[in-house]
Write a new protein. Structure first.
Length: 370
């Protein structure tokens, strides 16, 4: 069987590996962590850094290569692309890694963002910046789960926040009147061959995704528009693979603005494992092999709930899985991480139900019983 390569062996890499193996491929995982969740399933685990030349040379022998790790060096991907098909491209990954470039591309695609400006040096903070207050100063790179963000109300606070970020490149974004958050996964092979999954309604707790409810409880026209926007952005990027597009629902008019993108399968797409015709990892496998995406159809309303290390006991013992394990509409996925830490994603579960509201209610109840 053909050998597929993946940069990164976290839970996304693990679920990718399971999908690829099931579909008849072998998998090589590159990840510096000897206990990387994907290692248990991979045919080969290259335990090395993402810029390790010898490891990259081995990965370059794979039939195709993809990534699950947001901050993989784009140059490593560009090197690999000289030897084997790499999707998404290093260029697309580089854009998603930098909020300044990312927002420029969103606008280039003719889509709205929250009002923003780049702040790369103290002089970038001008009188005009006041129009973006109250706002959020986000580091241009390396932020996730709300890390690297400082909320600011005044120009003085903005200056302090920029200094607190250490003077690195930032984006100042105006606070929008957030009525909801959704995400759309695009599965794109080429311009003529792209499909989107139904938008997921995302509910965060402490800056971390807690629940994704599908279908999103929004008017059909808004959902349709979200799918079109995500696909337009993928087209503009000439993206190949699975792309996650996060959108804000703003104001009474429920205007959609693009928040950010992730160049990979996404936490808000984990419900596809149990509730869709094909799941997001199968789609990634298909597309990297040059095959068209399969049907994205939602088979049942559902709610995905993340399980963080927070629900482990003080003494390190596991949560009470039994209520989850005995509910016939709940599907538990564990990522095989040895140590549970606060805020660490240890697993998730998906509940299927007759409608989205009921799925969400059951998921929150089961989560409380952990
Ligand atoms: P992720 O883990 O999704 O990659 P992140 O650290 O990259 O998160 P963002 O998605 O940019 O951060 O923002 C985190 C959350 O902060 C958003 O989901 C949203 O709830 C809130 N937020 C971000 N920007 C704005 C804004 N301009 N106005 C209002 N709320 C915002
Ligand atoms: Mg992000
Ligand atoms: Mg986000």
């Amino acid at each position: 069987p053909a050998m597929l390569g993946i940069l990164g062996g976290g839970q996304l890499g693990r679920m990718f590996t399971v999908a690829a193996k099931t579909m008849g491929y072998q998998v090589t995982v590159l990840d510096p962590d000897p206990y990387a969740p994907a290692a248990a399933y991979a045919d080969r685990h290259l335990c090395a850094c993402f810029d390790d030349q010898a490891a990259l040379a081995k990965l370059a022998q794979c039939a195709a290569v993809t990534t699950e790790f947001e901050n993989v060096p784009a140059d490593a991907m560009r090197f690999l692309a000289q030897h084997t098909p790499v999707s998404p491209s290093g260029d697309c990954v580089a854009i998603a890694q930098n909020r300044i470039q990312e927002k420029a591309w969103i606008q280039k695609a003719g889509l709205k963002t929250a009002p923003y400006q780049a702040v790369c040096k103290p002089e970038d903070i001008t009188d005009a910046s006041a129009a973006l207050l109250p706002g959020i100063l986000k580091t241009a790179t390396l932020g996730y789960d709300g890390k690297g963000q400082i909320r600011v109300k005044t120009t003085d606070e903005l200056r302090e926040a920029f200094a607190a970020h250490g003077g690195v490149d930032c984006v100042l974004e105006k606070m929008v009147d957030l009525r909801g958050e959704i995400s759309v996964l695009v599965c794109r092979l080429n311009h003529d061959c792209a499909l989107t999954f139904d938008p997921a309604e995302n509910i965060h707790e402490n800056g971390i995704l807690a629940y994704s409810v599908v279908p999103a409880r929004l008017p059909a026209a808004v959902q349709q528009q979200a799918r079109q926007m995500a696909q337009r952005l993928a087209d503009e990027l000439d993206y190949v693979g699975v792309l996650a597009v996060e959108l804000f629902v703003v104001g009474d008019e429920q205007t959609l603005v693009v928040n950010e993108i992730a160049p990979r399968p996404h936490n808000s797409g984990h419900h596809t494992l149990n509730a869709c015709a094909a799941d997001q990892f199968q789609q990634q496998v298909r597309i990297m092999c040059g095959l068209p995406p399969a049907d994205t159809r939602l088979l049942s309303p559902c709610c995905m709930a993340n399980i963080l290390g927070d629900v482990w006991r003080e003494d390190g013992s596991e949560p009470n899985w039994l209520p989850l394990q005995t509910d016939k509409n709940a599907y538990l996925h564990q990522y095989g991480k040895s140590t549970a830490r606060k805020g660490r994603k240890m697993g998730h579960f998906t509940v299927l139900a007759d409608d989205a509201g009921q799925a969400f209610a059951t998921a929150t109840k089961l989560h409380q019983l952990l």
